[in-house]
Design a protein around this ligand. Sequence first.
Ligand code: NAP
Ligand code: F7E
Length: 325
Amino acid sequence: MAKKAFITGILGQDGPYLAKLLLEKGYKVYGLIRRYSNPNFDNLNFLGITNQVDYVEGDMNDEASLYHLIKTLLPDEVYNLAAQSFVASSFSQAKLTTEVNSLGPLFLLNAIKFFSPTTKFYQASTSEMFGLKNDDGFQDEKTPFHPRSPYGVSKVYAYWMTVNFREAYGIFASNGILFNHESPIRGKQFVTRKITDGVAKIKLGLSKELRLGNLDARRDWGYAGDYVKAMYLMLQQEKPDDFVVGTGENHSVREFVELAFKTVGISDWQKYVVIDPQFKRPAEVPDLKARADKAKKVLGWQPKVKFPELVKMMVEADLKRYQEK
Ligand code: NAP
Ligand code: F7E
């Protein structure tokens, strides 16, 4: 019998990459879709797997819908990727962010506890939980949390609830503390895709400027396709545990911009970039860099795509999209 995986956040960035990986491994994949007048399958279409996923209806805010799904699907593995994941919006919609990101995972954990206690649970935790904590320049599993946004705070709650259900009820529940990971299907509001989309439009004469906020922020950017492998590996271990996942290298937003413009042959990028205070945050996370030694040692995980390759892949995909239009 094929293993059953239930993925929340199936229409986002990571959901499709994870679904593709699990389908290749012979899983039956169920994806949670909330009620929408027009659900957007672009990301699944991009990976060519839209018709291979079984879609089930529910919402992270609707406890009963999650109880019903866990009770009836009895999945072997649950990957909780659904979230209000945009840090900037979490400042203006803190309550909604908390409901989806904190209570949503609690509902899923309760559903597993009551109806399917052998189901393994993956929680999409984040480097945003570290926030300001950067004592020796790196963050790992032992680094204390100091979140800097309602998003970061909401994810700290879910992190500890995952640990608590593991300790209190013996549920196989693991946190992947993933650093920023990107791809050609990254949402356009996140800085990397905003840049690559903007650069493609400027190159093709469709736009004249790119408006950005803080160019000094530094992030440890990896490739989503590499990171979903770590999620899968976490649920194949003998014991549940928490793992930091990142490349160990970071770059500033400025460096990303410079390289993206260089990819299309533009060296005087300053001519096109406008600093717009509306894209600055009330509290910034200045500098994140992963020490992912535990994931490498225990999971045997390694990131494959390096920073220049990632930038090139994203710029070329956006150029192709506009050229095809
Ligand atoms: P994403 O592209 O923003 O996708 C999030 C998904 O959550 C969307 O498909 C969205 O559905 C769904 N969702 C939001 N509210 C929901 C609700 N009330 N009920 C059901 N579904 C809901 O995020 P991502 O980049 O794939 O990230 C996946 C997860 O990893 C998130 O939990 C994120 O916080 C976490 N994370 C991401 C990164 C990163 O760098 N990408 C790093 C660390 C952790 P709709 O399509 O219907 O809006
Ligand atoms: O910002 C700066 C901004 O929105 C990165 C989410 O997936 O990763 C993501 O969170 C940096 C920040 O991602 C603009 O101030 C400058 O310092 O791409 P971002 P994020 O906030 O790091 C973590 C790991 C998650 O868990 C989250 O879910 O770029 N920045 N100018 C800008 N950012 C945006 N979005 N737009 C700008 O114009």
